[in-house]
Design a binder for this molecule. Structure first.
Ligand SMILES: Cc1cc2nc3c(=O)[nH]c(=O)nc-3n(C[C@H](O)[C@H](O)[C@H](O)COP(=O)(O)OP(=O)(O)OC[C@H]3O[C@@H](n4cnc5c(N)ncnc54)[C@H](O)[C@@H]3O)c2cc1C
Length: 451
């Protein structure tokens, strides 16, 4: 009987197993699918000229939150971390059907047609806006409007953040999605002041290891390199195709029932599954917690990667990324020209484009592959003018699996955790942040809380 059972073998569950192993705790890690990693999923497509490396889910991670970078160090694979390219270069926003470059340099900002003169002026007055007087949560929309003005939200910041979090900025909690912005405000009184202050501080405190650390990291062979390496180094009871159908309680602890009829027992359980799944599994042993968990909404999300002959997708402008605000009423949410951003992702003479969907039109994730291909190709043609036939398309879908953290989410998670019976712990993207570093942190913390 292991001391700990971890349910779910995505990055969160694997990180929990890693932490348990480091602390000498016996564990079983149970994953429903026939592969590890959950949303961390890399496919390698072979061509005579070399491989295309396709990340279906996360592709890069931020290193300001150190967990992924540090984990790569512990696993001995930090040398495989590459810089995915400046995420902010050549980024466009679709505005009334036309891609407009995100104006990050001051000269471009002044001349950009993305915002009116009044909207730009309001943004420039950001340093003079008073900071929030309390610590209460608020929506991304309220935060951005308060500091930078409504037009900045509608035209500029909202589309970028909405695209990243696949969510509606009007309901999304700032404390879950961008706590850094609130920290900057409370520490320095405003965003512009904070950027200057933090740059000065960083310059002063730069260490040798910071020199090597990119602002964003990716893995040369795809993000699955991280989960694959963890699996390789984990030596506990690791089971794939282990679908947990029910969890019960007996006198010695908890009983975990697998679809194949097996039963495992342990005194402590970590649920590293999305909250809507955890809700179903907890219903027999923690009804009140299960009911609360079930109210955390999870949306569809997916990506399609299209591989082209490079000459077929030559474009007049160098577009690394396109964000599509919901008001444009499109069937897709964002486009990344992956092989421009990271040339090592495709052999020479091939071009790789990744399209995100699910946010503005969740039902797009539920159509057949053939219909999805048509929808995506139509949208690429009408937004960035790509009409060529791809030589391969690779879709990934996660249905009802992308958490939506509304205002007050953190307080609600605290409440749920307080309602859990002893020995039950939760971790993962449904709770305290969706990014890969957040999930690693939560998986590891759940073990620390359990022991
Ligand atoms: C398209 C996309 C792009 C993203 N891009 C980025 C990015 O660039 N950077 C970033 O930091 N983050 C990104 N994210 C977010 C990040 O990838 C996820 O939040 C994170 O991978 C979630 O990990 P997890 O382990 O908590 O959940 P999951 O990966 O969902 O893992 C949960 C696991 O539980 C298993 N499971 C479910 N039910 C059962 C059951 N009954 N029994 C046993 N096992 C079960 C599932 O099969 C799954 O493997 C992206 C997410 C998506 C979808």
């Amino acid at each position: 009987m292991p001391e700990l059972i971890i349910i779910g073998g995505g990055i969160t569950g694997l990180s929990a197993a890693w932490e348990a192993q480091k602390n000498g705790i016996s564990y079983a890690l149970l994953e429903k699918d026939s592969r590890w990693g959950g949303k961390v999923h890399t496919e390698i497509v072979e061509f005579p000229e070399g491989n295309a490396i396709i990340d279906g889910g996360p592709e890069s991670f931020i290193t300001r939150k150190p967990e992924a970078w540090d984990l790569a160090g512990e696993l001995g694979i930090q040398d495989s971390v590459i810089n995915p390219g400046a995420e902010t270069r050549h980024m466009y926003i679709l505005d009334s059907g036309t891609p407009v470059e995100v104006p990050l340099a001051p000269v471009k900002f002044a001349s950009s047609r993305l915002m009116s003169g009044g909207g730009k002026l309001r943004m420039m007055l950001e340093p003079f806006q008073p900071p929030k007087a309390d610590d209460a949560d608020e929506s991304l929309a309220d935060f951005v409007t308060r500091r930078l003005g409504r037009e900045a939200l509608d035209k500029f910041i909202g589309p970028i953040l909405g695209g990243i979090y696949n969510t509606d900025p009007e309901t999304q909690s700032i404390l879950v999605s961008s706590p850094i912005m609130r920290e900057m405000e409370s520490e320095y009184g405003g965003l512009v002041k904070a950027v200057i202050g933090r740059m000065r501080k960083a310059r002063k405190n730069k260490s040798a290891s910071d020199e090597r650390k990119p602002r964003f990291g990716a893995f040369s062979n795809g993000l699955q390199e991280l989960t694959d390496e963890m699996v390789r180094q984990l030596d506990g009871d690791l089971r794939l195709s282990a679908n947990i159908t029910q969890v019960g309680k007996d006198e010695s602890g908890y009983e975990v029932f697998l679809e194949n009829g097996e039963k495992l027992s342990a005194k402590k359980l970590i649920f590293a599954t999305p909250a809507n799944i955890t809700a179903k599994l907890l219903v027999d042993i923690a009804k009140e917690s299960a009911e609360k968990l079930a109210t955390i909404k999870h949306e569809n999300i997916g990506t399609v990667t299209l591989i082209y002959r490079e000459e077929d997708i030559q474009s007049d402008f160098l577009i690394h990324g396109l964000m599509i605000p919901r008001r444009e009423n499109r069937a897709i949410d964002a486009v990344t020209y992956t092989s421009l951003k990271m040339p090592t992702r495709a052999p020479k003479s091939y071009g790789v484009i990744r399209v995100f969907f699910g946010g503005s039109k969740p039902n797009v994730a539920e159509v057949s592959d053939a219909d999805l291909q048509k929808i995506v190709q139509d949208e690429l043609a009408s937004t960035i003018g790509i009409t060529a036939e791809p030589i391969q398309i690779i879709p990934f879908r996660w249905l009802k699996s992308f958490p939506q953290a509304n205002v007050g989410h953190m307080g609600f998670v605290d409440e749920i955790e307080k309602s859990l019976p002893e020995g039950i712990h939760l971790a993962g993207s449904s709770y305290r942040g969706i990014g890969v570093p957040d999930c690693i942190q939560q998986g590891r913390q759940a073990v620390k809380n359990a022991i």
